[in-house]
Design a protein around this ligand. Structure first.
Ligand SMILES: *[C@@H]1O[C@H](CO)[C@@H](O)[C@H](O)[C@H]1NC(C)=O
Ligand SMILES: *[C@@H]1O[C@H](CO)[C@@H](O)[C@H](O)[C@H]1NC(C)=O
Ligand SMILES: *[C@@H]1O[C@H](CO)[C@@H](O)[C@H](O)[C@H]1NC(C)=O
Ligand SMILES: *[C@@H]1O[C@H](CO)[C@@H](O)[C@H](O)[C@H]1NC(C)=O
Ligand SMILES: *[C@@H]1O[C@H](CO)[C@@H](O)[C@H](O)[C@H]1NC(C)=O
Ligand SMILES: *[C@@H]1O[C@H](CO)[C@@H](O)[C@H](O)[C@H]1NC(C)=O
Ligand SMILES: *[C@@H]1O[C@H](CO)[C@@H](O)[C@H](O)[C@H]1NC(C)=O
Ligand SMILES: *[C@@H]1O[C@H](CO)[C@@H](O)[C@H](O)[C@H]1NC(C)=O
Ligand SMILES: *[C@@H]1O[C@H](CO)[C@@H](O)[C@H](O)[C@H]1NC(C)=O
Ligand SMILES: *[C@@H]1O[C@H](CO)[C@@H](O)[C@H](O)[C@H]1NC(C)=O
Ligand SMILES: *[C@@H]1O[C@H](CO)[C@@H](O)[C@H](O)[C@H]1NC(C)=O
Ligand SMILES: *[C@@H]1O[C@H](CO)[C@@H](O)[C@H](O)[C@H]1NC(C)=O
Length: 829
């Protein structure tokens, strides 16, 4: 699901296109000052001018309709660079001059007569990175102008300040090497002398110190009153303040100065609210020289409440969903008909923590009518206990659930302790009979397979030899596609090879305690919480690392994750454009993160969140220990030795039929979910699935496939890489991608699984494959593949998309087949 390079390319094209189309339009909309030249992204005034005011591109009154199709604010927002030179009249830079240019990134005002800049001049320009104020008669400058900017460079060459505490901050920034100031030779005037700024010596002029009354953590109980106190000290005496924006509790400030050099301020919280649990209360002390802050984290304790306890719902397993809130975290107990439920593999609690919320499921594996009855959830912590009951009704179900939304409902459950022996013995008998049949079948197949094994070994070795199989996480695409396939309509977002309709009603199971919020909650992870351990792979977009992440979930201090970094993309703009591609890349990043946040399923690789404080941008995913499924299949194939990275690797156990079915079932469950989200994947293949502990398989990749499994793709016209061996005829011929084309690909995945990861049509070249597919040929039945499974494949490979099997059907069939075949997961760690 990688988008990086891909998006930036599209973006570049769009911008270039807009340049051509709107260039004239723009010039008719806006009046460029006569001594400047203007483009969509830049105002450039390099002729001298005596005008007193900052150049504002004036809006032309077109007279006709009041509205225009171009959003004016956006027009200004798109201007990323302003350059003014030799304007002798320009003396003051005012807030109003700057506030329209909200997207400004570079500001150059050189050799003008600028001697003052208003205090809030840059408050509306958060994207400013580069400021050049060289050769202006400025005598002073305040650090507060720049406090909310992330400046990469501030040029002040040729500015002679008045020596004093006012410019001490510049001296400090020089010492710290901030904003490139250390590379500049700066001066200040001390009476008649002009001295190097770095030699200026000023007493009683330093950054404030700060002390708060509680070390980092303040524990309290809901309803309490608490007072916190903050001392700012230093010279000049600092202003001190508590920032309370976002605080729910009622609060009052009390300020007092302990002359001569401590400014103390108390903050009282009255009737502390549980919504402030976890709030970071920050105190700020600032003076002429700079700012210091210190924080206290509030921990508000309150008794548990059960916000939600839903009736059982069939997902992959059956789930009684709950949301409980409380702090300290409540312990949960479940009762069924007054008896406490003991956790087992048939009934267990699965949950996530989010702030003081616990969300999750009481998961029941294969419940029957014996499990009917009242389920009571009891949540308790040191402040109280609360219970809630829900009635669970399960059927002695038919083999398949007729309900279109349900996953398959198993017909029996042989090992439940509470069940009556009579029913059990019949069920066991039936199950035993089926599995005997399957085992016989399996042995036959295996025997048949062994005999022919060596005939097909060659190509496997060749394939594995060609590819870099070293990293456990292989697959990071750089999805490059020609523009014609890409013009995502307004309601679609393009992700890698994938068009995703913008999800209208996102799934909010995870962290979904507030289902009415329309905005997606993207978890932000702090950079300091991410510790890179080793590189897992590299794609065109950037790199993927194994990392340790701290404080990701409250139950664990640290956990392993896979992080995908975004390489800053160079964007070949027209020469006149200075637009920073990182900005748009950031927006796309945000968009992708929102989508990934909304795609949450047991069989989709879990997306934890983003880290955006600084570069590179990072996405944090679940770490799947065994890497991609294709490699996994090959390592667990019948060919005793496999070349991985050119070295022979001993395989550790051959996959059996039940395991193959288990893998296939899990992938189909993921696809059922994607289909329910109207998400067409377009590149389903085993290389784009990942394997974790206990043979857990999930759809997901890090976008490296096109780099590493490049032979799986067919390069068309330079940039497009199509996985034709996984594509149905209509996708190859008309680039038509639908849920049905994903079903076709799933058929190919089945084939890959049952051939232990062979490349489909390995014996044919790409153009021969296309010919075969268009003529209606399909892949042969793999040697170890039962007829029932091959029938499924054939059902996926119907030429007419609407005649293909429905993915839910497929999932049900696989599930039942798998259930009848005992699953031994223990061969894998
Ligand atoms: C600014 O003025 C100086 C001196 O007149 C001239 O050399 C320089 O080219 C001018 N800069 C621009 C961009 O016009
Ligand atoms: C001003 O810039 C334009 C293009 O940006 C250039 O053609 C022109 O020569 C420049 N004028 C001066 C005086 O530098
Ligand atoms: C102008 O836009 C507003 C809302 O954006 C709309 O209500 C109004 O009808 C439009 N007027 C014209 C003349 O298009
Ligand atoms: C502003 O730039 C974006 C691309 O960054 C473009 O889609 C949009 O049309 C531009 N707006 C105007 C008014 O030029
Ligand atoms: C600054 O601009 C003035 C007026 O245009 C010009 O006379 C002077 O030479 C310029 N100085 C430099 C260093 O560009
Ligand atoms: C910024 O100003 C300095 C001094 O005038 C000059 O040397 C430098 O080239 C300027 N940078 C830009 C990007 O104009
Ligand atoms: C106040 O804070 C400073 C650091 O800002 C620290 O060095 C000092 O020891 C603190 N003083 C007290 C009394 O806590
Ligand atoms: C703040 O300063 C006052 C006066 O020196 C002192 O009594 C108090 O303990 C200080 N508070 C903190 C939090 O350091
Ligand atoms: C908290 O302060 C309010 C108002 O000052 C007071 O009415 C209330 O009794 C206090 N509560 C506690 C628990 O001290
Ligand atoms: C601020 O709180 C401290 C205790 O935290 C107290 O000693 C001090 O008197 C308070 N100051 C004011 C002005 O209430
Ligand atoms: C404290 O806040 C709760 C709601 O958060 C409110 O119900 C209660 O009345 C408040 N108590 C006082 C004493 O203000
Ligand atoms: C379940 O609880 C409800 C009341 O909460 C009660 O009416 C009902 O009889 C209970 N059902 C069983 C099977 O215990």
């Amino acid at each position: 699901m990688d988008v990086w390079s891909y998006w930036s390319r599209i973006f570049c094209r769009r911008v270039l296109f807009l340049f051509c189309v709107f260039q004239e339009y723009l010039s008719s909309m806006l009046d460029c000052p006569p001594t400047c030249s203007c483009s969509l992204t830049e105002i450039y005034c390099n002729k001298s001018d005596t005008g007193k005011f900052f150049p504002v591109v004036a809006l032309q009154d077109t007279g006709s309709s009041g509205n225009s199709s171009v959003d004016i604010a956006e027009l200004f927002n798109n201007i990323s660079s302003i350059h003014i030179e030799n304007w002798t009249g320009l003396q003051t830079l005012r807030d109003v001059d700057m506030e329209l240019y909200t997207g400004l990134q570079r500001l150059i005002i050189i050799n003008c007569s600028l001697h003052s800049i208003q205090a809030r001049a840059f408050s509306q320009n958060p994207h400013l990175r580069y400021i050049n104020l060289s050769k202006n008669p400025l005598t002073t400058l305040s650090w507060q102008l720049f406090q909310n900017l992330q400046l990469s460079e501030l040029r002040l060459d040729g500015v002679v300040f008045d020596c004093g505490c006012d410019v001490r901050w510049i001296q400090l920034w020089q010492q710290r090497g901030e904003a490139g100031l250390h590379t500049q030779m700066l001066f200040c005037r001390n009476g008649a002398f002009k001295i190097r700024l770095q030699n200026m010596y000023i007493t009683l002029c330093d950054v404030p110190e700060i002390n708060v009354s509680h070390n980092s953590n303040l524990m309290m109980i809901e309803g309490d009153n608490v007072t916190v106190s903050c001392n700012g000290s230093g010279a000049p005496l600092p202003e001190v303040d508590w920032t309370v924006a976002g605080l729910h509790s009622i609060n009052t400030h009390l300020s007092n100065v302990y002359w001569p050099n401590i400014h103390s301020i108390n903050l009282t919280l009255v009737n502390v609210s549980r919504d402030d649990n976890g709030f970071l209360l920050t105190c700020i002390a600032e003076n002429l020289v700079g700012m210091t802050n210190a924080s206290i984290q509030l921990a508000v304790q309150f008794p548990p409440v059960i916000l939600k306890l839903s009736e059982p719902e069939r997902r992959h397993d059956t789930c009684i969903e709950f949301t409980v809130r409380g702090y300290p975290y409540p312990t949960l107990r479940w009762y069924h008909q007054q008896r406490e439920i003991l956790q087992s593999e048939y009934i267990r609690t699965e949950m996530d923590f989010y702030r003081d919320y616990l969300e999750g499921c009481l998961t029941l594996l294969n419940p029957t009518h014996y499990d009917n009855g009242n389920y009571t959830l009891q949540a308790s912590n040191s402040l109280g206990t609360v219970t809630k009951t829900v009635y669970g009704h399960f059927l002695t179900a038919p083999p398949f659930d007729p309900d279109p939304d349900g996953s398959p409902v198993p017909s029996d459950n042989a090992i439940r302790p509470e069940e009556e022996t009579f029913g059990v013995s019949i069920a066991v008998g039936l199950a035993g009979f089926t599995s005997v049949l399957l085992i016989v079948l399996f042995i036959l197949i295996n025997k048949y397979g062994r005999r022919n094994k060596f005939g097909l070994k060659g190509p496997v070795a060749v394939i594995s030899g060609e590819e870099d199989s070293a990293s456990p996480l292989h697959h990071v695409n750089h999805g490059i596609i020609t523009p014609c396939t890409l013009n995502g309509e307004a309601d679609e977002v393009v992700i890698g090879m994938t068009h995703i309709p913008v999800i209208q009603k996102p799934q909010y199971f995870r962290h979904g305690h507030d289902c009415n919020t329309p905005t997606t909650y993207i978890q932000h992870i702090k950079r300091r919480d991410i510790l890179l351990k080793r590189e897992l792979g590299e794609g065109a977009f950037g790199k993927v690392f194994l990392a340790e992440c701290y404080n990701l979930i409250p139950t664990k201090d640290t956990m392993l994750v896979a992080v995908k970094t975004l390489k800053p993309t160079a964007c070949p703009f027209g020469s006149q454009s200075l637009k920073d591609p990182n900005l748009s890349a950031r927006k796309d990043f945000q968009r992708e993160a929102e989508l990934l946040t909304n795609l949450q399923h047991d069989h989709i690789v879990k997306f934890y969140g983003v880290c955006v404080d600084g570069d590179p941008l990072i996405m944090v995913f679940e770490y799947m220990k065994h890497g991609d499924l294709n490699k996994f299949l090959r390592v667990h194939g019948p060919d005793a030795m496999i070349l991985v990275d050119g070295h022979p690797v001993q395989t550790d156990g051959e996959l059996g039929l039940s395991q193959m079915l288990h893998i296939a079932t899990q992938i189909s469950a993921g696809i059922v979910y994607l289909a329910s989200q109207h998400f067409v994947h377009r590149d389903l293949a085993t290389r784009n699935c990942l394997v974790g502990n206990g043979l857990l398989v999930k759809i997901g990749d890090f976008g490296m496939s096109r780099d590493i499994y490049s032979t799986d793709y067919y390069r068309v016209g330079g940039h497009t890489m199509l996985p034709i061996r996984w594509m149905p005829p209509e996708s190859i011929m008309y680039r038509k991608f639908t849920t049905e084309s994903d079903v076709w690909s799933f058929g190919v995945i089945l084939w890959e699984i049952f051939t232990y990861g062979k490349q489909p049509w390995f014996q044919l070249a790409n153009n021969e494959v296309i010919e075969c597919l268009v003529q209606g040929q399909v892949l042969d039945r793999p040697r170890v593949c039962p007829k029932e499974v091959y029938d499924l494949m054939l059902g996926c490979w119907q030429r007419e998309p609407q005649q293909r099997l429905n993915i839910k059907e497929i999932q049900k069939v696989l599930y039942t087949m798998g259930k009848d075949t005992p699953v031994y997961l223990d061969i894998l760690g």
